[in-house]
Design a binder for this molecule. Structure first.
Ligand SMILES: C[S@@+](CC[C@H](N)C(=O)[O-])C[C@H]1O[C@@H](n2cnc3c(N)ncnc32)[C@H](O)[C@@H]1O
Length: 627
């Protein structure tokens, strides 16, 4: 069994792990971990310390990236940028601004490392378009120096920096170096140039560097480190006259990071991503409806894989290599084709998971142009086959030649979502446009109601009507215009028709977090609309005659009103239908599952969300009883 054959040094729950899983060759997903026995929802399957971990974008002198220097970072970034054929203006820009990576004065790493010049802030505001492989490839290349440091490197015995054992890396899969794949080519070419152009890499075999980066791309996973915890314990920032500016720039950058993988309400103070390579965790296969959830625990620096449903013996254990939030191309938003393209580009495989092979629920159904029946799209490609009459004549919305069809709507929603994350007030300007987009017009085909873009737009509009509009223009006006009711019905569509109906059963955790952005303002509106605040005004005591002239003891006279528990009032009639439907699903179906999944590892954030939902549920029950 595992124990005798392989190293379990990184595994925290060794007995549980070896009793629960086995490593097997599987038909569709290759070598993978499989359930040896039935597993229950909430069971921790693996708890593991990463073999190698580093920040995706290191800070100056971070003790987790001992070879980091701004100059070296910039050199590697420039090389990767210039190797990326998708950056159109590349050649032209390179001629105008020759990259420092081409210059001869390639100073040795010691001076790079020590001379973190404050004046050289050129990398803070990139003037050129950036490759989507930045910062992933430069960060992996820097991390390689932890395994194969330059001969002249000082021996570092830092608490955080341990030289990783090279032999462990034999255990990781990587695609062939000559694979016909743009990303593999980019990494191969960049590795060759880094080794030949940068002194600190001169001792390195370029193919070995390339294999390492490909192993990281193919096997490692991004985890979100808590910035506050890191700021205290792990990262030492340089102090300089530009400290404040640097902080502002990093905050801005982090905000941009969050834009790509974060939430609608993401803030610059969100978690900071790092890359973790796990000996065993990296053996789990990917699925777009996974049966495990990966949770990172910063205090113990461990990664825990917990079952998100009951799993039968012999099932391939999976977690998601894609973001589990509602960012586009993750598990909640986007199409099968979009997820597959992302996995192919960054992980080098065509996803063969059950969800990708079934029909694509996120593309919804649409009337067949031939037989008129409402029917579903097939999942794996853009081609479409009618379930009823098997015609392959695609409805207007999905025809590639339709300029205002699916591709157009996806592009618009993607662009809008990116803007909204930076500035939610953008929805103010976009409300009419969004409403137009989801309604049928002569020249614009209707978005099928179960297409992910339709659900997503309903979610944006719900946030606008329940939160942004009242905050900007006043609750009175919002209520006079009937916007609360509109928002509640949009929320019902987003939460129930989109998230619950299409995704909840297979992806409970991402759905729960995606739902929160709408649930949060919705619950606030309902709580406020079903209560009347009550105050106790202290009664002035009648004072005895003989003290009436004495004002030394009249402190009670000024006692402020005491706020009492609010008086619960009936749920407004117009709200009852959407609110009752939502609370019924969320409180009775979602919460028990979420509690089970998070039972093994306490999450303050999830506990807080659950408690708020439970209080809201109780309130709705009381308010309903008063109708
Ligand atoms: C992180 S590794 C998983 C472990 C790997 N099979 C090994 O032997 O080390 C990722 C690789 O596993 C395979 N794989 C994982 N999930 C898959 C999926 N859903 N569909 C197809 N292949 C998958 C692909 O070859 C992918 O490149």
């Amino acid at each position: 069994m595992l124990n005798s054959e392989y190293d379990l040094g990184t595994v925290v729950n060794r007995n549980q792990f070896t009793e629960t899983v086995e490593l097997k060759e599987c038909e569709l997903v290759g070598r993978s971990l499989v359930a040896r026995r039935p597993i229950s929802c909430g069971d921790p399957v693996l708890v593991e310390t990463p073999l190698l971990q580093y920040y995706l974008e290191p800070n100056c002198r971070s003790s987790l990236s001992p070879f980091y220097s701004k100059k070296l970072w910039k050199h590697i970034k420039d090389i990767v940028n210039s190797e990326d054929p998708s950056i159109e203006q590349h050649t032209e820009l390179q001629q105008q601004h020759p990259s420092p990576a081409h210059s001869d004065n390639d100073s040795d790493y010691d001076s790079d490392y020590d001379n973190d010049s404050d004046d050289d802030d050129s990398d803070e505001e990139p003037a050129t378009p950036t490759s989507s492989f930045i910062p992933g490839v430069p960060a992996a290349m820097l991390a390689y120096l932890q395994i194969d440091p330059p001969p002249a490197a000082p021996v570092t015995q830092s608490r955080h920096f341990k030289r990783a054992e090279p032999t462990f890396f034999d255990f990781f899969y990587h695609p062939a170096l000559d694979m016909d794949h743009d990303t593999v080519r980019l990494i191969y070419q960049a590795s060759k140039r880094v080794v030949s152009e940068l002194a600190v890499y001169h001792h390195v075999d370029p193919e070995e560097l390339c294999r390492f980066v490909l192993k990281i791309y193919g096997n490692a996973h991004t985890v979100a480190l808590d910035r506050k915890a890191n700021a205290r314990s792990k990262v030492t920032l340089t102090h300089s006259k530009k400290h404040h500016r640097r902080q502002t720039v990093y905050a801005h950058r982090r905000h941009q990071d969050d834009e790509q993988g974060g939430s609608w309400a993401s803030s610059p103070s969100g978690p900071r991503p790092s890359i973790a390579l796990m000996l065993w965790g990296s053996k789990f296969a990917h699925a777009c409806s996974p049966n495990l959830l990966l949770q990172y625990d910063p205090p113990s620096n461990t990664m825990m894989f917990v079952a998100t449903r009951d799993i039968a013996q012999g099932t391939v254990l999976t977690f998601s290599y894609l973001p589990e939030d509602e960012s586009l191309g993750g598990l909640v938003c986007g199409t099968t084709q979009g997820r597959r393209a992302k996995l192919q580009q960054f992980k080098f495989f065509d996803c063969a998971c059950d969800r990708c092979q079934a029909r694509d629920l996120c593309r919804g159904d649409a009337p067949c142009p031939d037989c008129g029946n409402s029917t579903w799209y097939q999942g794996s490609t853009r081609t479409w086959t009618c379930d009823a009459c098997h015609a392959t004549d695609a409805p207007l919305f999905v025809r590639p030649e339709t300029t205002k069809g699916e591709a157009h709507v996806e592009r618009m929603v993607t662009a809008l979502a990116t803007k909204v994350r930076t500035d939610p007030s953008v929805v103010h300007m976009m409300e009419t446009y969004l409403n137009n987009l989801i309604q049928q017009h002569d020249d614009i085909p209707a978005i099928p109601h179960h297409h992910w873009t339709y659900g997503y737009i309903q979610g944006l509009l719900a946030i606008y009507h329940l939160d942004l509009f009242p905050r900007t223009f006043g609750k009175g006006l919002a209520s006079q215009l009937g916007l609360t009711e509109t928002g509640l019905n949009e929320a019902r569509w987003y939460l129930l028709d989109f998230l619950h109906e299409q995704l909840w059963a297979s992806n409970p955790v991402p759905v729960f977090f995606a739902a929160w952005h709408v649930l949060d303002p919705l619950m606030a509106v309902v709580m406020e609309g079903t209560e009347e605040k009550q105050y106790l005004i202290p009664v002035k005591k009648a004072k005895p005659d003989h003290t009436s002239d004495d004002d030394s003891d009249d402190s009670d006279d000024d006692a402020p009103p005491v706020m009492l528990d609010p008086l619960v009032i009936a749920l407004p009639d117009a709200w009852a239908s959407p609110v009752c439907a939502i609370v019924e699903i969320v409180a009775s179906q979602w919460i028990p599952v979420i509690k089970q999944i998070f039972a093994a590892k306490e999450s303050v954030v999830v506990d807080d969300m659950v408690q708020r939902i439970e209080r809201w549920h109780q309130r709705v029950e009381k308010a309903k009883a008063l109708v």
